[in-house]
Design a protein around this ligand. Structure first.
Ligand code: SF4
Length: 725
């Protein structure tokens, strides 16, 4: 592998979607000759972070050295039996044989795949190719369903394609930031620091959140919104932008459609009504609208607060409406910038691992796109099916009902992470075959597996990651994996070969897979990696669209130049580039999205609203960060935040144990008494689960009602009781 100047190896962080560049110092252990990571520092040359890292990225080498890695496969003789070690070759043969038998006996829809935004692009591509192209099931789901599905479906409706139209550079130029439903300071810390550089230089920061987070602490204007009322606020802001004359009529006329019905719709959202719905002061709503309206450039950032909602898709539409109305997108400093949770969830969405997706931002629902991918995969015309599933929750429900008989879970921990997790447990218990593929032996989900396949960690194998701004960074396999652990892509390819699909899954390297997947080039959306190869990526990251090898490495703005070439910034005659969106008309679309309440509201039986989220020094279900002593010292344990007024009424003091119970289940957590949450609401991080103690998993409580478009569950709002135990 190519080394950086100081002798380390340039790679990318394996945690969040900011995608910070890391320089990993690797040494060869004289005792056994194995290569080990000893230190991770920020890569100053990486466009995402310019050398900065948060605590999680900075402790990557500690995580890699943690004990508990899988060095062989584990196989259970029967449910309830202790797993025993098995040679990986034998385990691959067993998995392939059992999947093949279920496929032959029950048909393709008896098989399902549950994959991850932490896998490499190559592994995501092969998982989807195996499921849709060769098993011929569309029963492939991903943990992106829990995370960015609503942003994706919202983008597709509003702009025609998934993904932000702009880039991180927008943070360096915006005059106003609207951060809504995102605790960036804790969850995307390096990007937040970049934003704060601009705020310190005079830009205004508006933060909308039901909880006074670390992000809110830095806001010029904090709007502590009633949970689940974002649509009312977004419509109210647009109402005020129109009333204040802050719309860009020229932009609306030239590049959008659907505006005509908006004025009458927005009349229903005057500030006094919006204040009533959201619990916000009218003055604050007016102030936010004024700052946005008067901004030269403004950028919005959002994550789970908008996405994890039964109207998450509409939330994205309503937010994009604000940008379209002010003409504030597809120009430096302005645009909607969704912040991806996982290091390669952008890549996974591009590989089509959700719902009807196909590689290259294509879909089985579009005849020409289906035919294109059938040719790419060398399968007969008509092989790809057009029936599509209804998301992760539905998949586990169908497993619990016996329709799905086998599930292969790769690089994710659904027993801990899916809303109302008892459905996942019921599904895995009912399935004939549960295969998991992971790096550490003990996870909540591995406890339900018949076969556990040992996978490599990210710096132990080659693969490409795509961050929130479409930047591709090559991860190089520079550390020796333990024992028989294999890269995810190779395990998938080997099982596929043994299932009888060797003609399409015989690869000698990840690079070979990458060279195939980039043939899914999609001129309509600008997804274009034709100019990228491992050689170029060994040198530096490249942001798509990248049509030519000698083109620029950064292509920060999409939808330019009539949609033909999306990388030229000016027309040959020097005139303003025309925007063309990949919608049928070529125009971006306004949608009138009325305010709707969350699926479950507090009542006499369940009088509190529970909100969940993340902390700065742990990550997701802690399968990695939970093994790093430094991070465990910084974020040592679970808790539930309650407002002092509620604590008094409940007779609860700091550290007392509180049962948080919903119609679905319960968790018991130490109380943290704080006015960061509103009276009548509570907040709990979802990191701690069964491995750390009984009744810690807050996803036993959360609601699995889903958005009807994105199928994303409403983690952020559910009704609970709080009882001192
Ligand atoms: Fe890693 Fe995200 Fe932290 Fe950057 S901000 S170091 S990508 S966890």
């Amino acid at each position: 592998a190519a080394g950086s100047k100081d002798g380390g190896v340039r790679t990318v962080c394996s945690y969040c979607g900011v995608g910070c560049g890391i320089v990993l110092d690797v040494v060869r252990d004289p005792a056994d000759g194995r290569r080990r990571a000893v230190r991770a520092t920020g890569d100053r040359a990486h466009p995402a972070n310019a050398g900065r890292l948060c605590t999680k990225g900075a402790t990557s080498a500690d995580m890699m050295a943690a004990p508990g890695r899988l060095a062989t496969a584990l196989v259970r003789a029967g449910r309830g039996a202790e797993p025993s070690e098995r040679d990986v070759d034998a385990a691959v043969t067993e998995v392939a044989g059992r999947l093949r038998a279920i496929l032959d006996a029950h048909g393709p829809d008896a098989l399902s795949f549950y994959v991850s935004g932490q896998m490499s692009l190559e592994a995501q591509y092969l998982a989807n190719k195996l499921a849709k192209g060769f098993v011929r099931t569309n029963g492939i789901e991903s943990n992106s369903r829990l995370c960015m599905a609503s942003a994706g479906s919202g983008y597709k409706l509003s702009l025609g394609a998934d993904g932000p139209p702009g880039s991180y550079e927008d943070l360096d130029r915006a005059d106003v930031f609207l951060v809504i439903g995102s605790n960036m300071a804790d969850c995307h810390p390096v990007l937040f620091l970049r934003m704060m550089d601009r705020v310190k230089a005079g830009a205004k920061l508006i933060v909308v959140d039901p909880r006074r987070t670390a992000t809110a602490d830095k806001a010029d204007l904090f709007l502590q919104i009633r949970p689940g009322t974002d649509l009312a606020l977004l419509n109210g802001l647009l109402h005020l932008l129109v009333a204040g004359g802050h719309t860009d009529e020229e932009f609306i006329a030239e590049f959008t459609e659907g505006w005509a019905e908006l004025p009458a719709f927005l009349a229903q959202y005057p500030p006094e009504r919006v204040a009533g719905l959201t619990g916000l002061p009218e003055s604050g709503i007016r102030q936010a609208a004024r700052w946005i309206g008067e901004a030269g450039e403004w950028t919005s950032c959002w994550t789970m607060g908008l996405n994890q909602s039964t109207h998450g898709t509409w939330n994205t539409n309503a937010l994009v409406n604000l940008h379209l109305a002010t003409g504030a997108l597809c120009r430096p400093g302005s645009g909607p910038l969704s912040l991806t949770g996982q290091p390669n969830a952008m890549g996974g969405r591009e590989m089509g691992y959700l719902g009807p997706g196909l590689p290259g931002q294509r879909s089985v629902l579009v005849d020409a796109e289906r035919a294109y991918v059938e040719r790419l995969w060398g399968i007969p015309e008509g092989s790809l099916r057009t029936e599509v599933g209804r998301g992760t929750v539905d998949m586990f429900e169908r497993m619990a009902a016996g329709e799905i008989k086998a599930c292969w879970i790769i690089c994710t921990n659904p027993v801990a992470s899916v809303a109302n997790r008892r459905t996942v447990i019921a599904g895995l218990e009912a399935a004939e075959l549960v295969v998991t593929q992971d790096v550490f032996a003990r996870t909540e989900t591995n406890a339900y597996a018949d076969v556990v396949l040992p996978a490599t960690l990210w710096a132990e194998a080659d693969g490409v990651m795509v961050n929130s701004e479409r930047d591709l960074t090559l991860v190089q396999g520079v550390v020796d994996p333990p024992g028989q652990a294999l890269p995810d892509w190779r395990l998938i390819a080997r099982v596929a070969c043994e299932m009888g699909f060797a003609e399409a899954f015989t690869y000698t390297s990840a690079e070979e897979v990458f060279d195939e997947l980039k043939q899914a080039w999609n001129p309509a959306t600008g997804w274009d990696l034709r100019g990228v190869d491992y050689g170029r990526l060994r040198d530096r990251p490249v942001q798509w669209p990248a049509p030519t090898a000698d083109g620029p490495d950064r292509n920060p703005v999409r939808y330019l130049n009539d949609g033909v070439s999306q990388t030229l910034l000016e027309r040959p005659d020097g005139s303003r580039p025309r925007l063309v969106f990949p919608t049928p008309s070529g125009r971006a679309r306004f949608f009138a999205r009325p305010h709707l309440p969350p699926a479950e509201l507090p009542d006499d039986d369940y009088p509190f609203v529970l909100n969940t989220g993340r902390l700065p020094h742990q990550w997701h279900t802690m399968t990695k960060t939970g093994k790093v002593a430094k991070l465990n010292r910084l974020d040592p344990g679970p808790f539930v935040e309650v407002h002092p007024e509620d604590a008094t009424a409940l007779g609860v003091g700091e550290g007392d144990h509180l049962e948080v119970a919903s119609r679905r289940g319960r968790a018991v957590l130490p109380a943290r008494v704080t006015d960061r949450v509103l009276p009548g609401t509570c907040f709990a991080p979802f990191h701690w689960n069964d491995l750390f103690g009984e009744y810690l998993g807050v996803n036993a409580v959360t609601n699995d009602a889903v958005d009807p478009v994105s199928f994303q569950p409403e983690f952020k709002v559910c009704a609970v009781t709080l009882t001192r135990t």
